[in-house]
Structures are given as C-alpha cells and as structure tokens.
Design a protein around this ligand. Structure first.
Ligand code: GTP
Ligand code: MG
Length: 281
C-alpha cells in the first residue's frame, strides 16, 4: 500500500533585523519612515529628539521579517545619544536632501561617525546601506544631480534611490530593495552578497570624477598645486587618462570627466604654442 509522504513545511524561520537612519538634521529621515509605515506625509518639521523607535513586519519572499527601526536625530547635539545605537545594525538608510549640497557632502562624516562606533571596516562590510537622495519633488532647488549621488553610492557598493517623502516617489521600491538585500545578507551568513558590491569601477575612479566635476579651477581639476611644473601637469594628466579612459572606466560621468581633462590639456597646449609663437616673433 502506498502512503503519501508527510507534507514538509517549507516556511523559513522569521528574521528579526535592526535598521537605523542617518543623515543631517531636516533631510527627511523621519518623513521617509513615516511615509512607508504610516502612508502619510507631515509637512511641519518636528525634529527627532535623540532617537525614535518603531517596529514593522514585512514579507520578503517566504520569510517574515520583523524590522526594528531606530530613527536617529541628525543634529550634532545628539551625538552622545546616537552613538549607543550603531552596534548590531543590519541596515542603514543614509539620507541627504538633493537641494542642500552640505547634506550630501556630510555623508562621508556620517560613515566616519558610524565606523568609529563599529570599531572596524570589517563590521561595516556586513551592513546593507541604502542612499536616499530625498526631496526630489522640489525640482527647482535641486543642486546635487542623480549622476553625482549614484556615483558616490555605487562606488561604495551601496544602493541608490531617488525619493520623496512628500509625493511617495521611490519610497516603496527603496524599502523593498533594502529589506530584500538585508534578507539576502542574513541568508549569506551575514556577508553582503558579492554582486552588490561589485559595480565595475573603483572608489578611486568615482572620487576622481567627483573631484573633477566640483573642481574650482584647472589645477584642482588635474589634482596638482597651483603653479605646478609642466612635468607635474603631464604626469597628473597621464594618471587621469589611465584612470578615466572610456575603455577602462565604466563609472557614470567618466566620459564627461575624461573629455573635460582632455579639453583642459588641449587648451594648455594651445596657450603654450601661442606663447612659443609670440616669443619667437
Ligand atoms: P531630524 O530628526 O532633525 O534629524 O530631521 P529629519 O531628517 O528626520 O527630517 P524630517 O523627516 O523631520 O523632515 C524635515 C522637514 O523636511 C519637514 O518639514 C518635512 O516635512 C520636510 N520633508 C521631508 N521629506 C520631504 C520631501 O521628500 N519633500 C519635501 N518637499 N519636504 C520634505
Ligand atoms: Mg527625524
């Protein structure tokens, strides 16, 4: 007599994860979380005092994930409170306001503050980071464009999303990718899956493109001191050409940066020719 084998229950165990939000005061961290959890937007600014804590449940594939959200205050005044809460995080929302360049420039110091509390880079490598370029609804006041934000994020192996807590744009997609990556990481023994950190270009390439985009003058663009010798200029150019050549660099913005440096060198050569020509007259 044949018997049916007992049905196996394939539902995997539920997961409990901790995520935190980081970024300057007023960039919209609390509003992003509120938009996702409560489906509403609060136009009035209510600064977070220290930390706000909340719990939500989400379903990722066949797992139930219980998410503990620690929404940090961005104001420097709350550093002492914040630093207690970095440890044991599996995910970080790094938020900046696309209309405030200083909030974008501050992302490095937010990572620095966190690393200091986490103790080592190795501890940072087992965390999923999502960069939220927030307030994209305010198009007229935008000063940090998508290319720049994406480059900063992806060169570090972080996700990048354009979001608006006001309109809801990008919020669900961002959280879905965030929780799905955290689940992948937990299933991968606590390591960020390799596919997420390999973007085909290096941090040095990304940082160089960023420096060229934001350069104040030609010296700055080449990364040499004002009044550098011709030899130093040529050396710097050769280094940039190797780093950013379109055959070697796939980072967004590399082509424009390569052209800008090439144009600059062309201009320098023309001026030099002109000076030689004048001096020979
Ligand atoms: P702290 O708690 O002080 O660190 O600030 P926060 O980053 O949590 O900022 P919060 O979410 O409180 O938002 C600050 C202000 O920006 C509020 O007035 C929000 O209404 C507004 N705001 C947040 N997100 C958006 C957005 O996407 N678009 C627009 N237009 N305003 C936003
Ligand atoms: Mg807040």
């Amino acid at each position: 007599m044949e018997t049916n084998p007992p049905k196996r229950r394939d539902n995997k165990k539920s997961l409990r994860v901790k995520v935190i939000s980081l970024g300057n005061a007023e960039v919209g961290k609390s509003c992003i979380i509120k938009r996702y959890c409560e489906k509403r937007f609060v136009p009035k600014y209510l600064a977070t005092i220290g930390i706000d804590y909340g719990v939500t449940k989400v379903q990722v594939r066949d797992r139930e994930i219980k998410v503990n959200i620690f929404d940090m205050a961005g104001h420097p005044f709350f550093y002492e409170v914040r630093n207690e809460f970095y440890k044991d995080s599996q995910g970080v929302l790094l938020v900046y306001d696309v209309g405030l360049r200083e909030s974008f420039d501050a992302l490095d110091s937010w990572l620095g503050e966190m690393k200091q509390e986490m103790g080592s880079q190795a501890n940072m490598d087992s965390i999923v980071f999502v960069v939220c370029a927030n307030k994209v609804d305010l198009t007229k006041r935008r000063v940090v464009d998508e290319g720049e934000g994406r480059l900063w994020a992806e060169s570090r192996g972080f996700h990048y999303f354009e979001t608006s807590a006001q309109s809801g744009e990008g919020i669900n997609e961002m959280f879905q990718a965030f929780f799905s990556s955290i689940t992948d990481m937990c299933e991968n023994g606590g390591k960020r899956p390799v596919s997420e950190v390999s973007v085909g270009f290096t941090k040095e390439q990304a940082d160089t493109i960023r420096r060229i985009r934001n350069s104040k003058d030609s010296w700055d663009m080449l990364g040499v001191k004002p009044g550098a010798t011709r030899e130093e200029v040529n050396k710097a150019y050769r280094k940039l050409a190797v780093l950013l050549h379109p055959d070697k660099c796939v980072a967004p913005g590399s082509e424009d940066a390569f052209k800008a440096v090439g144009f600059l060198l062309g201009l320098t050569c023309s001026v030099r020719h002109l000076l030689l020509h004048i001096s020979s007259l």
